[in-house]
Structure formats: structure tokens, C-alpha cells
Design a protein around this ligand. Structure first.
Ligand code: ZN
Length: 292
């Protein structure tokens, strides 16, 4: 894990998840906490070594790989902020495995740290009080998660999982998505920032930002198109996961990977239903989807 300077006052801790450190007048704000306490502790020590006082952290969304380490900062008394619905999930992290398992008592594999973080009881809801976080600008970027935000400062946007770069899409061809229409809309403004730091993978600058945005938009649209083609024959949601996994080269999904992809498939179906392009129906007690 290396800590890289992107601008004199903007740093990123590169790892499985990128963490941000934004310095202003002897204080430092953090963006995201990583999967476990290792990255959060590392960034805290880095700040101490430089004589910087940690002021607050913004947790972009309630996926365990982004806030799993926040309990370390909480134990140091650092104020933690997250959008209201995401904050509620951080206070009750069982909600993540619960929704991945359709509301039922989750399969044990969903109770590992990748999908079940420790609770963060003190996280505060980010509403109008963003002045406490000045000079940061909070940018709503819903779609990957219901209320995901990004953090902008000095021409740099930490966009969390609003953008999966080609490097990440090669590993995860069916990216996790909660709402396809919102995800597409959230991509619109990303190209305005000189530098974009995605939640995973290398920071991007200039033309590389715009190329990655185009590639991710294309992937979402291709997933929609293939889903629409697939439901020209009625299929269940779970069959559709298999169909898309074949099409996009994601055949080696494990149980958790399958359930994450299933949420994306339901987001695609939900989009098509709202557009009047698909419908759900029951046949012999099985829930199926077909084109309209
Ligand atoms: Zn995420």
C-alpha cells in the first residue's frame, strides 16, 4: 500500500480500495476507510508523522470494502460522515448480507468481512451540514449504491464506485449496480474533473477519465442490450445471471459473486420494466421475465 501525492494537498492510499487524504491548514480529511483496519491505521499514522490533525472522514457508501476499517477511526474519536441511507446501513451492517440474500437469514458465506463489516454506531448523516467538511465538495453519485457520494477538492474527484475502469471491468465483467438509470446519469459529470480517483484501480487524468467513462457507459448499455435479447425467451433472474456471465466472461463466479451479479441483473430488469421493455410473470409458480 503506497501513499501517492496527486496534488500538493491531495493524497491517495493505493490498495484494494483507494483511500483519500485531503490536507487543509494543518488538518486532514479522509475519504473511505478500506476493507479492514490496516489501511485506516496506515493513513492515521501517516497523518501523525506529518503533524496533521485528522478532522473528519467521509464514507462514500455502505459496502464493507469501503467502510470496514472505519471502526479504527471511530475508536480514535474521528467524526465520520456518510449519506443518510448509507449511514443507516453502516450502523446496521447486517443489512448488506440481508439484501444480498433476498431478506432471508444470510448464507454463512455472506457473513465474512467482504460483505459484513463491523457496525459504525457514531456515523453521522451527511445532509445540509456539509459546511463542517469545507473545503470538500460532496457530489451525489447514486447508482452503484442508493446514496453513494463522491468527494471533490482542487479539481480532483474521489468518485468511489461510480466508475469501474477497464482494468477493473476485466476482473469483474458484471459490475455491481443498484440502479442503472442513476448509474448512467452519475457518469455524466465525471469528465469535468481533471483527475478522477475511482474506488478501485489507478487514478485517471484528462483524456483517460473520458475514455474510462465511455467504456463503463458502454458496458452498462451492453449489459442492458444483452438482457433485453435474453428475455426474448422467458427466463428467471437466476438464469439471466448465468446467461450474462457466459456473454461477458464471468463464468468463475463463486456464491458471493453470483449474488452480487444477481443484484445487477435485477437492476437491469428493473430498468427495462420501468421503460416498458420487459415484464415479470409467473409460470407454474416460477417468476420469469420476458420482453415487451
Ligand atoms: Zn461499492
Amino acid at each position: 500500500m503506497e501513499i501517492v501525492s496527486l496534488r500538493p494537498n491531495v493524497w491517495v492510499l493505493r490498495g484494494g480500495v483507494n483511500l483519500g487524504a485531503l490536507v487543509a491548514e494543518g488538518e486532514v480529511f479522509f475519504v473511505d476507510a478500506g476493507l479492514d483496519e490496516g489501511p485506516a491505521r496506515r493513513l492515521w499514522r501517516w497523518a501523525e508523522e506529518r503533524g496533521l490533525r485528522p478532522r473528519a472522514a467521509v464514507l462514500t457508501h455502505a459496502h464493507a470494502d469501503h467502510f470496514g476499517g472505519a471502526h479504527f477511526w471511530e475508536a480514535q474519536g474521528l467524526p465520520l460522515w456518510a449519506p443518510p441511507l448509507e449511514a443507516a446501513m453502516m450502523r446496521h451492517p447486517l443489512l448488506e448480507p440481508l439484501f444480498l440474500f433476498a431478506g432471508a437469514s444470510p448464507h454463512p458465506e455472506l457473513l465474512a468481512k467482504f460483505t459484513l463489516a463491523r457496525p459504525i454506531p457514531t456515523v453521522r448523516p451527511l445532509e445540509e451540514k456539509a459546511e463542517e467538511l469545507l473545503p470538500l465538495k460532496i457530489v451525489p453519485l447514486p447508482g452503484h449504491a442508493p446514496e453513494q457520494v463522491g468527494v471533490a477538492v482542487n479539481g480532483i474527484l474521489f468518485c468511489a464506485d461510480a466508475l469501474f475502469t477497464p482494468e477493473i471491468l476485466a476482473k469483474h465483467p458484471i459490475p455491481f449496480c443498484h440502479d442503472v438509470a442513476q448509474a448512467l446519469k452519475s457518469l455524466d459529470g465525471l469528465g469535468e474533473h481533471e483527475v478522477v480517483v475511482p474506488g478501485h484501480g489507478a487514478p485517471l487524468e484528462g483524456a483517460a477519465v473520458r475514455a474510462a467513462v465511455r467504456a463503463f457507459r458502454t458496458r452498462l448499455l451492453d449489459l442492458l442490450e444483452e438482457t433485453e435479447k435474453a428475455v426474448s425467451t422467458p427466463r428467471s433472474g437466476e438464469e439471466l445471471v448465468g446467461f450474462l456471465a457466459q456473454r461477458f466472461g464471468a463464468q468463475n463466479l463463486n456464491l458471493v459473486g453470483f449474488l452480487l451479479a444477481r443484484t445487477t441483473v435485477y437492476a437491469l430488469l428493473s430498468f427495462l420494466v420501468r421503460e416498458g421493455r420487459a415484464e415479470a410473470f409467473l409460470e407454474n409458480g416460477v417468476l420469469l421475465w420476458r420482453g415487451k
